[in-house]
Design a protein around this ligand. Structure first.
Ligand SMILES: [Zn+2]
Length: 593
């Protein structure tokens, strides 16, 4: 959290905190219509159908619905599993298995149970499925020769369950950062996730939300102001305001998301200038990444604080807002005063109210510029052409690439192998196409480490790498045409071109043999730049399934698949290829007990 001091702290005559709180009482719409509709739906459902909470341990949540995450709103509840894997996961409703997913990413091993009355429940990051589901899923991967699975079991598979039946066991698969169960309630026809705390899953919450910080945004940059400061904040020009607001649920200290927010701007005569509202009752996966436009992205990117804009950016397609499309702009003449009243609710109905008094004048706030400055050339988006021609590169994008008009810039270093691309601290909804002229062949060959070639430039194995704090954040394979790299970059920041000619590493995870107790075979697999693209295991020439865990660089053949002979030597081969085609193979003879 930033610290901040207001420079000018005079309070306007006639205004007091008491007066402002009284004004808040004027607004009656404490809950959105969605809240009522969803709660009634859950009540109706439970009056006529069985409902079982999916875990048998006391319910502790590490995350809730609508919380800001990575580049999306969180679509379910994260239920703690006491730091362990392997807890039974129960069907919340009667239902038929509508979708089975197995993936090293995202939901990992996940089940979608289609229940009555248009309700589907989702169980993600599982360790494994109940035996009949596991058998069906594994058979299906062998049929399709694919490590991942995303399929609907046919009715003939007979995968129907009753509320309370065990569907599988909790785990940490996919993009999970620790053992837990990710649980969702969805509307079946739309597959829109609904807020499970609106009558589906009961969780006590006695604490009102926290709303500690205002964020102000102007042409001069960004500044934060604590919400408990009693001072008037002096601003000049056009200002947009955001607020940091989050909630904590009983029994855990995890920062969770709020449910509803209402912000009202009033002028000095107490007349309402605009109102901004949202409610997190229902989400839509097709636009869920517009969370990047809902939050104040420069702060989100650096601090991961739960900050909500009190306005809607032009490109924001989220369907969570009520009322008119407020610009959210505050523009005050010198001496003019406006009051911003913001109320925040959690899903249990606990409320927190904050008021910010703004006055026009010479602002002495310590504004900080967030973008990289002083570089050139730049172009403004949306421009007629959406292109930027720099000495070494041409950048092009369209008006869907950013959520609002944004300056795009490029500057390459003296070697021509690294470049800074901005905006770095604005959300990118799409990608920017880059045609980047390769520097002289001496420079290119100097880094490739190979003997001087016949060709002017090597054309294969190029990767654009974006590193943050020494970690590869993005690696984008580049095509080479006529001495030019071509690729689509997904974000701003420092990018460098490297050749990845190094094959992945494939070795037994433990010393000697990949075979471990119980008959599983485990390999360590790693590729440093381009990243692992494919893994192919054969046992005696026959394709076999691997469980790929990129978090631990672990590829496992599970003996339970039973595709290996016992008691006789058999030829096993694992081939791994990276994203630019470098391949490595481990092969050996294994004898299963
Ligand atoms: Zn989750």
């Amino acid at each position: 959290m930033r610290t901040f001091e207001t420079q000018i702290g005079r309070f306007e005559a006639g205004f007091s905190i008491c007066h402002m709180l009284c004004v808040l009482g004027v607004f009656s719409s404490s809950f959105s219509l969605g809240q009522v509709v969803q709660s009634e739906r859950a009540q109706r459902f439970k009056a006529t159908h069985e409902w079982t909470d999916p875990l048998t341990v006391p319910l502790v949540l590490s995350g809730n619905f609508g919380e800001l995450r990575g580049n999306h709103f969180h679509t379910g509840l994260d239920m703690k599993t006491q730091g362990r894997e392997g807890l039974p996961v129960l069907a919340a409703t009667d239902g038929v298995l509508a979708r089975v997913k197995m993936s090293p990413w995202g939901y990992g091993n996940a089940l979608y149970l289609e229940g009555p009355d248009g309700i589907t429940t989702v169980y993600a990051h599982l360790q494994r499925f109940t035996p009949e589901v596991q058998a069906w899923a594994v058979a299906r991967t062998y049929k399709g020769r694919s490590l991942g699975l995303d399929a609907t079991p046919p009715a003939s598979a007979g995968l129907t369950f009753q509320a309370g039946d065990t569907l599988g066991w909790s785990g940490n698969s996919g993009g999970s950062g620790g053992p837990h169960l990710h649980f969702e309630v969805r509307d079946t026809p739309t597959q829109h996730p609904l807020n499970p705390l609106q009558g589906w899953v009961a969780k006590s919450d006695s604490r009102p939300p926290s709303a500690p910080t205002w964020w102000l945004e102007s042409e001069r940059g960004l500044v934060s102001v604590p919400t408990d400061g009693a001072d008037t904040v002096v601003v000049e020009g056009e200002v947009r305001v955001s607020i940091e607001a989050y909630d904590r649920l009983d029994g855990a200290s995890n920062i969770c998301g709020i449910h509803t927010l209402e912000a009202v701007l009033k002028d000095g005569q107490d007349d309402v200038q605009w109102t901004h509202r949202f409610g997190l009752d229902e989400l839509n996966f097709s636009v869920n990444k517009d969370m990047n436009a809902h939050t104040l992205f420069p702060v989100w990117k650096r601090e991961r604080d739960q900050v909500h804009r009190l306005h809607r950016l032009p490109g924001n397609r989220l369907e969570i807002y009520g009322g008119g499309a407020a610009s959210g702009v505050v523009a005050l003449d010198s001496g003019e005063v406006a009051t911003l009243e913001c109320r925040v609710w959690d899903v249990a109905g606990n409320q927190t109210a904050r008021t910010l008094v703004l006055r026009g004048g010479a602002s002495a706030l310590p504004w900080t510029v967030v973008e990289f400055e002083g570089a050139s050339p730049q172009a403004e988006s949306p421009s007629a052409l959406h292109t930027l021609s720099a000495p070494q590169a041409t950048l092009s994008w369209d008006d869907k690439t950013f959520f609002e008009p944004t300056a795009v810039g490029w500057r390459s270093d003296s070697t021509g192998l690294s470049a800074f691309v901005w905006p770095e601290f604005e959300a990118w909804r799409g990608k920017v196409d880059v045609a980047w002229k390769m520097p002289s062949r001496e420079v290119v060959w100097g880094i490739s480490g190979a003997a001087l070639p016949q060709d002017a430039w090597p054309t294969a194995d190029w990767v654009a790498v974006h590193e943050v704090g020494g970690q590869v954040k993005h690696a984008v394979p580049a095509d080479v045409q006529e001495g030019t790299w071509r690729m689509a970059l997904p974000s701003g920041g420092a990018w460098r071109m490297v050749r990845d000619t190094v094959a992945p590493k494939v070795i037994p995870y433990h010393s000697g043999t990949p075979l471990v107790q119980g008959g599983d075979a485990v390999w360590f697999v790693e590729d440093l730049l381009a990243g692992v693209e494919t893994l192919t295991l054969t046992i005696d020439g026959q394709w076999a399934r691997l469980v790929w865990d990129p978090k631990r660089n672990m590829a496992t053949y599970e003996a339970a698949d039973a595709r290996h002979p016992s008691g006789a030597p058999v030829r096993v081969q694992l081939e791994v290829m990276d994203a630019v085609g470098n391949a490595a193979t481990w092969s050996g003879t294994l004898v299963w007990p």
